[in-house]
Design a binder for this molecule. Sequence first.
Ligand SMILES: Nc1ncnc2c1ncn2[C@@H]1O[C@H](COP(=O)(O)OP(=O)(O)OP(=O)(O)O)[C@@H](O)[C@H]1O
Length: 264
Amino acid sequence: MSLLAAKRLEKHYGNHVVLENLNFSVEPGEFVTLVGASGCGKTTFLKMLLGTEAVSKGSLTLDNQPIPNEPGPDRGVVFQKYSVFPHLTVLGNVMMADELHSSKLLGKSFGAAKRRAVEKACARIDEVGLDHALNKYPHELSGGMQQRLAIAQALMMRPRILLLDEPFGALDPGIRQDMHVLINRLWQEQQLTIFMITHDLKEAFELGTRLWVFDKTRHDPQAPEAFGATITYDLPISRDRPSTDLEEALQQGGLKTHTQETLL
Ligand SMILES: Nc1ncnc2c1ncn2[C@@H]1O[C@H](COP(=O)(O)OP(=O)(O)OP(=O)(O)O)[C@@H](O)[C@H]1O
């Protein structure tokens, strides 16, 4: 049974068709990288997986059931813009991720429960290499450290699925490389299924096991919002492929689309 599957999935905002005819199945442990022209609906798609945007038509299932229409502890998310709480320390931020989920059931934790929550948060902070910065505030952290913190928050509830929306887009190349090593390690150690949007094809090929290209196949110049984007290419990625073969691989795959012009 697939972890996630879509059949003729569509997303509209009023008369604006953003996504149409998405059909896929994704197995546990896949690392799907998503590329496509700006505004073609990649973030909207991620939000549908997260449960903050509803399906307009067709089906989107998780474990063969319609995807819940609210975020859950099985799905963590990291956005490009730092999404941490500025008034909380590193420890406070990661603990907040726990409290936001648990408080619905238990209310604020005290005593032994609180100590266990602190230990759990410290373990997550350790995993992303921020153990030396437990008591620092976000404004005292570099961009890369803030994204490490956002990843620790996203992983606090031990999700099965991690959704990454251009998480490294604002970082310098050297720091990006460190983040690639981190995300690759977490993906393997925690047996995550990852969906990552990127504008960097090299990054998509370096990290992913599967590449999806989002693009429109139908255009009406008189009604630009009448048709949405779909997955025009779904390519398995071999991680041993040298990145210098990238352009050649894309051409072999027939990626002579608007997206290729935008990305290459
Ligand atoms: N809540 C909303 N209400 C109405 N339209 C929306 C809403 N959210 C997104 N859209 C529209 O849906 C389209 C797709 O937006 P989305 O952010 O998903 O694109 P994207 O591919 O992620 O873009 P980028 O690569 O620039 O981040 C855009 O035209 C956007 O204006």
